[in-house]
Design a protein around this ligand. Structure first.
Ligand SMILES: [Zn+2]
Length: 169
């Protein structure tokens, strides 16, 4: 994996695609994404790919286990107040390492804020898919409680990394 080479290829791709190039140039004036997606940092879960979106279409927060702590809350506020996103989606996924670690009470140097939060969300549920769903639903409730004035939809989705299918929870 060579990031610099990857970027060269991306630039070539844009330069050979007028629609994409125009979109990029238009977006220099400002971004107006309509949806905020909060998902896991898992390298198999790439929201821009999964939802087949392009530059400027979705605003994304990624944290292990798609949980919301202080910094994420600030980013959500920005998305609601300044970007005026019309919808918020918490996108969980199958085979989530953070959910697995939380169920198995794993410890790390700095993992506590994430693992403790998941544990608080899922309680004693030990089925990983069920736990992922409950975790996402609890985060949806948390967002609704924190932004009572927000009028857009706040939904939880589950992405199946085996089939690439997304379903609403
Ligand atoms: Zn994950």
């Amino acid at each position: 994996m060579d990031l610099k080479q990857g970027n060269k290829e991306f630039i070539n791709k844009i330069n050979n695609d007028t629609t994409l190039k125009n979109r990029r140039d238009e977006l220099v004036k400002g971004q107006h994404p309509s949806i905020l997606v909060i998902t896991c940092s898992d390298s198999r879960v790439i929201p821009e790919y999964i939802f087949n979106t392009s530059l400027g279409e979705i605003f994304v927060i990624r944290t292990a286990g798609n949980v919301i702590n202080e910094g994420e809350l600030a980013t959500i506020e920005y998305a609601i107040e300044h970007l005026k996103v019309k919808e918020i989606v918490v996108l969980a996924h199958t085979h989530c390492g953070a959910i697995h670690a939380s169920i198995h009470n794993e410890k790390g140097r700095y993992l506590d804020p994430i693992l403790n939060r998941i544990k608080l969300n899922i309680g004693n549920v030990d089925n990983e898919i069920e736990a992922s769903k409950i975790n996402a639903l609890k985060e949806v409730k948390y967002i609704k409680d924190k932004f009572l004035e927000y009028k857009g939809n706040v939904k939880a989705y589950l992405y199946d990394i085996e089939t690439s299918k997304v379903e609403e929870i």
